[in-house]
Design a protein around this ligand. Structure first.
Ligand code: AMP
Ligand code: ZN
Length: 463
């Protein structure tokens, strides 16, 4: 059984996709007016874990992520640099794909679609709303009539019954207090407009995602995701316009992740309290550690970013990889440890049950750490064999489809060093300390620094 917390009902619900074993997901993607910051990547990593976990569970995932290449911010940017919109957004789109690759966010089985490539679909949707009387023209722009949709506020759980009808708002982003009839089509103001059946102009942000979602996933689909800042007005408006256009429910499950914070405030461009991935890589941080930090707190809990916590994440990722190398290269074949075999099965069950419980990542990780501890104890006690080690590496590799923390290793160097490390461990076990010291100095000569940790010996190459 899999459950997810649905923002719509504010409850954990049993997950049952509309079509058996196929899950259709729409993800609000980046607005490409600048480099994405790691707050944005918290959202994309949460969605990546969701996507990968559903695949792990045997679902076929059909997913769409939009690239918002037309909105107030991209236009301001292009105007400032006096270049075309495409020229302006191209470099940020390219950077986005470079960044997600570094963070091991998957791109296969995802349709990435730019708003500017879907203008006819947006125009059609607006035409339907006009024909059905749920939208109206005012000057050159077109607005959605909120009074058409009595359920407005269903997602954000806000009572909008007292808002003044007939007044409108042109901005794409605004507070609940300024909720008005929102803009679907912005009448021509600058060079960035399309000449269409509904007039010259350009789409508002909300209609972009709705048109792209329905184009690729159908009028009703399973999941829509984003950060909590997307709930209002963006997703609230999407529900209103789609359901009034089609007469059908739009999305079954709405999942939103909490923000990445800095000193108690949302990390955001406008506050200036942000780090891009590039900033952190330049400082020498490891992208896998950044991924680990951003994923290891439950997606519905706020996460405060500090460089210290990034350092801790780096240590965990290193230990994880050292453990994996150790069991891959360990030359030990004592008796089979049935308890370890049982624990391997249990660890995978814990992993699946925990992530199936609204993506409880802390529980899923705790199960793996426990297996690492027991394995190291069994190695120390010579109570393990090759078959056990293979069972353990299989689990570590399997869950890595979702987690993505294992790093490729350079086999020859690693194998030589690991053999020496294990020989030293063996000598220590046999209390042959002079042999253990001898091996330590050979390793030192090779520039290897050893450290003994509860997860087994760790090694680093001296810089
Ligand atoms: P934007 O490019 O601003 O449209 O944002 C892209 C995605 O990042 C959306 O899903 C936002 O909800 C999400 N997002 C923005 N800031 C943060 C943050 N500080 N923490 C988590 N998610 C965020
Ligand atoms: Zn969106």
């Amino acid at each position: 059984m899999i459950t997810f917390f649905n923002t719509l009902t504010r409850k954990k619900e049993i997950f049952q996709p509309i079509e058996d074993k196929i899950v259709k997901i729409y993800t609000c993607g980046p607005t490409v007016y600048d480099f994405a910051h790691i707050g944005n990547f918290r959202a994309y990593i949460f969605e990546d874990i969701l996507h990968r976990f559903l695949e792990y569970e045997g679902f076929t995932v059909k997913r769409v992520m939009n690239i918002t290449d037309i909105d107030d911010k991209t236009i301001i940017g292009a105007l400032k640099e006096n270049i075309s919109l495409n020229q302006f957004t191209e470099k940020y789109i390219e950077a986005f794909f470079e960044d997600i690759k570094k963070l091991r966010i998957k791109t296969d089985n995802i349709i990435f679609s730019r708003a500017t490539e879907n203008i006819p679909e947006m125009v059609n949707l607006i035409k339907t709303l006009l024909e059905k009387g749920h939208a109206y023209k005012k000057e050159n722009s077109i607005y959605f009539r909120i009074s058409s949709f009595p359920e407005y506020g269903r997602l954000s759980h806000f009572d909008f019954s007292k808002i003044k009808t007939g007044t409108s708002v042109d901005a794409d982003e605004y507070e609940k207090e300024s909720a008005r009839d929102f803009v679907l089509w912005k009448g021509e103001k600058d060079d960035f407009s399309w000449d269409t059946e509904i007039g010259k102009g350009r789409p508002g942000w909300h209609i972009e995602c709705s048109a792209m979602g329905m184009k690729y996933l159908g009028e009703t689909f399973d999941m829509h995701t984003g950060g909590v800042d997307n709930i209002f007005p963006h997703h609230e408006n999407e529900i209103a316009q789609c359901e009034m256009a089609t007469g059908k429910p739009f999305v079954k499950y709405w999942l939103h992740c909490q923000h990445l914070m800095v000193n108690g405030e949302k990390m955001s461009k406008s506050k200036g309290n942000f780090y891009t991935l590039r900033d952190l890589l330049k400082k020498g941080y490891d992208p896998v550690a950044i991924r680990y930090l951003l994923m290891s707190t439950h997606y519905r809990d706020p996460l405060n970013f500090t460089e210290k916590s990034l350092q801790q994440a780096k240590n965990t990722v290193d230990r994880w990889n050292d453990f994996y190398r150790r069991i891959k290269f360990l030359n030990i074949d004592e008796r089979k440890n049935e308890q370890i075999s049982q624990q391997c099965i249990k660890t995978e069950n814990i992993f699946r049950e925990s992530l199936g419980d609204d993506l409880n990542i802390s529980m899923a990780l705790a199960g793996i750490f426990e297996l690492m501890h027991s394995t190291n104890n069994s190695i120390t006690e010579n109570n393990i064999n090759r078959e056990n080690l293979e069972e353990i590496s299989k689990i570590i590799e399997k869950v890595d489809y979702v987690l993505q923390v294992l790093k490729p290793f350079e086999d020859s160097i690693d194998a030589e060093i690991l053999t020496l490390i294990e020989k030293r461990e063996q000598a220590r076990k046999e209390k042959d300390f002079s042999q253990a010291d001898k091996i330590r100095s050979i390793l030192q000569e090779k520039g290897i620094i050893l450290e003994d940790t509860p997860l087994g010996p760790r090694w680093k190459q001296k810089k």
